[in-house]
Ligand binder design. Structure first.
Ligand code: DX5
Ligand code: ZN
Length: 219
């Protein structure tokens, strides 16, 4: 599985098809879909119909990052629309177990998302039941923000906890990732990297994908 998960939040809509074709020809497997409801974050982005629409032309897998207050209601919608992976925020607090069960019951991968100002211990009780933790290295809502350096310590702490507990949970990081921080993230123990602006706006996607993979594999 290619560890680079391009976020298409910075989409310039008329470039979307050409960007997706370049991702496909550069062996990208997953698209990271940033779903925003205008309530959990003050921005609105992609609805569930985005997945079948892109699937009508490309066979990417989808990793839907639900920045939504009403995850109970939205998770079934993204299951129905065919999202392969679905993550939701631990900050929503209620029905976390039930939401994980719903995702797993439909044979999808379940992830919990942790904001920069939430302690990483908040997800420890769920590590046996989820497939990945998405650590936000920016405050959710917008692409193109600056990487928050303290995320590296959270990655290390989570890595230790996963290794000690014997869980198979993967660590995904999201926000402000570029060539200046990706090697450190990999060294800290991250497995998967959501890259938006740095990749999406690159003049030569192939070179940028190759460079990122070199940094990940070389770390
Ligand atoms: C922010 C989103 C991130 C973001 C990543 O709320 O969750 O996926 O779009 O994009 P960059 O890499 O531009 O920070
Ligand atoms: Zn995201």
């Amino acid at each position: 599985m290619n560890p680079i998960f391009p976020s298409i939040l910075s989409t310039k809509f008329f470039d979307l098809e050409s960007r997706l074709s370049e991702f496909a020809s550069n062996h990208i497997d997953f698209i990271h879909l940033d779903v925003m409801d205008g309530h959990f974050v003050d921005n609105i982005s992609f609805g569930p119909a985005t997945i079948p629409a892109i699937r009508s032309k490309f066979n990417f897998k989808f990793d839907s990052h639900l920045m939504v207050s009403n995850a109970d209601k939205m998770i079934p919608r993204y299951i129905e629309s065919g999202s392969d992976w679905i993550s939701f925020h631990v900050e929503i607090k209620n029905h976390i177990q039930e939401n994980i069960k719903t995702i797993k019951a439909h044979n999808r991968s379940a992830g919990l998302v942790v904001n920069p100002d939430t302690r990483i211990e908040a997800v420890f009780p769920f590590l046996e039941r989820i497939d990945y933790v998405l650590l936000m290295s920016v405050f959710p809502g917008y692409g193109g923000q600056k990487f928050i350096k303290s995320t590296l310590d959270k990655v290390k702490k989570l890595r230790d906890q996963i290794d000690q507990s014997g869980s198979q949970c993967l660590i995904q990081v999201d926000g402000g990732i570029d060539d200046t921080n990706i090697s450190e993230l990999k060294k800290a123990g991250a497995d998967l990297f959501v890259v938006g602006t740095f990749l999406y706006n690159s003049p030569r996607i192939k070179d940028t994908v190759d460079m990122i993979l070199k940094k990940i594999n070389g770390a």
